[in-house]
Design a binder for this molecule. Structure first.
Ligand SMILES: *[C@@H]1O[C@H](CO)[C@@H](O)[C@H](O)[C@H]1NC(C)=O
Ligand SMILES: *[C@@H]1O[C@H](CO)[C@@H](O)[C@H](O)[C@H]1NC(C)=O
Length: 224
């Protein structure tokens, strides 16, 4: 192939491939693939294996109780009620999770990421300070924070993989509905994954990484 032909082919390929739109999760190849409970499977696949469709019932697509506020009486002051593929087996392979989140006044969802999903929140009650941080810039500038004060009716997006947080800054409780474009978004809470591992990360790694005294690291490791 001549170089010019190759470039034209490449340009067409790039144009076509960028016009395809893939969800993060694997697309279903049948009407549904209602998940078998993990404890009943002997092999693990990417996602969950399907129930015999003849044994599938309407309840496989249902979860209830999302009208009931979660109990936010805990150290962080928030509660989630999540409908993912573990809770609604019929969500398996459909690339979707939804949850209700409740906040006590001053409640915080600490900095965390979802390795497999973008997140979008619809705030229905209260006032939240919500933000996410970009990945490390290439030019040695600081990671940028994108944050907003959310009011009822506001919708805010946390792009896939980025560290983000939420805090109730109102004097009342807050409540929102959150959606993810994965049946299993996953959560990595930054503090726990650094200071609360089992076994602990060697303090030499953390003292140098965070430029902190070993006493501070020991304290942080005792807290998570
Ligand atoms: C498997 O887990 C489900 C909940 O996911 C539970 O209802 C069921 O009793 C468990 N079955 C066995 C055999 O442990
Ligand atoms: C919150 O939890 C604490 C400790 O678990 C308990 O002592 C307290 O009564 C609870 N408060 C409410 C309002 O439920």
């Amino acid at each position: 192939m001549a170089a010019a032909d190759f470039l034209v082919t490449l340009a067409i390929f790039l144009a076509l491939s960028s016009s395809f739109c893939y969800a993060y999760d694997v697309d279903p190849l049948q009407d549904f693939c209602v998940a078998v409970a993990d404890n009943l499977t002997a092999v693990f696949v990417n996602g969950k294996i399907c129930k015999n469709p003849k044994q599938v019932t309407p309840d496989d697509f249902l979860a209830s109780g999302f009208n009931i506020p979660g109990n936010t009486n805990n150290s962080l002051g928030f509660a989630t009620n999540m409908a993912d593929a573990n809770r609604i087996p019929g969500l398996n392979t459909l690339g979707l999770t939804v949850l209700r989140v409740d906040f006590a006044p001053n409640g915080v969802v600490p900095p965390h990421t979802h390795p497999r999903s973008t997140e979008i929140i619809v705030l229905l009650e209260g006032t939240l300070y919500a933000g996410f941080v970009t990945s490390n810039p290439r030019d040695n500038t600081k990671n940028r924070l994108f944050a907003k004060i959310l009011k009822p009716g506001d919708v805010f997006v946390f792009p896939i993989g980025l560290v983000h947080f939420l805090r109730n800054v109102g004097n009342t409780k807050a409540m929102g509905i959150v959606a993810f474009n994965s049946q299993n978004p996953g959560v990595i809470t930054i503090a726990n994954s650094v200071f609360g591992t089992e076994p602990l990360i060697s303090p030499e790694v953390l003292t140098k990484s965070f430029q902190l005294d070993k006493k501070v690291i020991d304290y942080l490791q005792s807290r998570f």
